[in-house]
Write a protein that binds this ligand. Structure first.
Ligand code: DGY
Length: 322
């Protein structure tokens, strides 16, 4: 008998097709997020749950008894929405989809960096509103990107890919903070310097880009004190997770001119975006588009499928995180 699996949201058609061929799959054709009650039922009725980054799997939805689920194959690299300790306690394997969204997420980080520095969102809004008066020497003056210093917080795959684009594409000087020592050819080739503390990175950077995981350990890593430690004309870019930044503190820093602007692809309680941010011109806001390309979304699905296939074949699971 094929394992029973449930997919919590619509996935790319090519991957849904393979899931249908290889498993006894229940799809979410309406693409409406599952409720906590539906999640609880899923743990009792399916061998595998295939959630994604917008689902919430706290301890409270894991079953107290009669759990049927043996694997949670997450569609996404970030897994801070899953209580992995609760999964372990219930003998449930958890996997993610690393590697395949590195380039596209780094591309979005650079898009935000350029857009906020060069006032692209603001300019487009002005033009579409029919308010552009024509070229003049003082119109919508932004900040030059080339040659500036980029500070990376979290020098993993996506941090490095972002740094690489900034250094080789825009001649940017790279400094970074990472909890463990990073010493590899890629980092050396960029002349990137690892600094001792986040504060050191903030003090030196014209742009700060966040690439650390979300969840309890990094919640509000960028708080009011750290925003104050940034240079006055600096910009904050976040393509990691919304909860890494204290959003109220960020709004305050932007309103007071403590920092020059922000480019954000992620928010603490998506899809809610604080009104304090949407009314500001010096902020570029995207609806969590980091991995949103055809190629990457299919590749993420294929990764989840590989994890699932290996698990049910009794083979080592490639992307196991718990
Ligand atoms: C992830 O996979 O964690 C990303 O945030 C999705 O774009």
């Amino acid at each position: 008998m094929k394992p029973r699996v449930i997919v919590t949201r619509r996935w790319p058609a090519a991957v849904e097709q393979l899931l249908a061929e290889n498993f006894d799959t229940t799809f979410n054709r309406g693409d409406v997020p599952l409720t906590p009650t539906q999640f609880k039922a899923a743990f009792l009725n399916f061998d595998a749950i295939l959630p994604t980054v917008s689902d919430k799997l706290p301890k409270s939805i894991f079953p107290e008894a009669d759990n049927r689920t043996r694997i949670i194959a997450n569609y996404g690299v970030g897994f801070s929405h899953i209580d992995v300790d609760a999964a372990r306690e219930n003998d449930i394997v958890v996997t993610n989809t690393p590697g395949v969204l590195t380039d596209c997420t780094a591309d979005i980080a650079l898009s935000l960096l350029l857009a906020v520095a060069r006032r692209a969102g603001e300019g487009e809004r002005q033009l579409r509103a029919g308010e552009w008066q024509g070229w003049c020497p003082t119109h919508m003056i932004g900040t030059k990107v080339t040659g500036k210093t980029l500070g990376i917080i979290g020098m993993g795959r996506i941090g490095k890919a972002t740094a690489k684009r900034a250094h080789f594409g825009f001649d940017m000087d790279i400094v970074f903070y990472n909890r463990s020592k990073v010493d590899d050819d890629e980092t050396r080739a960029m002349g990137a310097r690892q600094l001792a503390s986040i504060e050191d990175v903030l003090a030196q950077s014209d742009f700060v880009s966040l690439h650390c995981p979300g969840g309890a350990e990094n919640r509000h890593l960028i708080n009011s004190a750290r925003l104050s430690a940034m240079k006055k004309g600096a910009f904050l870019i976040n393509t990691a997770r919304g909860d890494v930044v204290d959003q109220d503190a960020l709004v305050a820093a932007l309103e007071s001119g403590g920092i020059a602007g922000a480019g954000l692809d992620v928010f603490a309680s998506e899809p809610e975006v604080p009104a304090g941010l949407t009314r500001m011109e010096n902020v570029v806001l995207l609806p969590h588009l980091g991995s949103a390309t055809e190629e990457t979304r299919v590749a993420m699905g294929m990764k989840a499928l590989e994890n699932l296939t290996a698990f049910f074949a009794g083979e080592p699971v490639p992307d196991r995180v718990a």
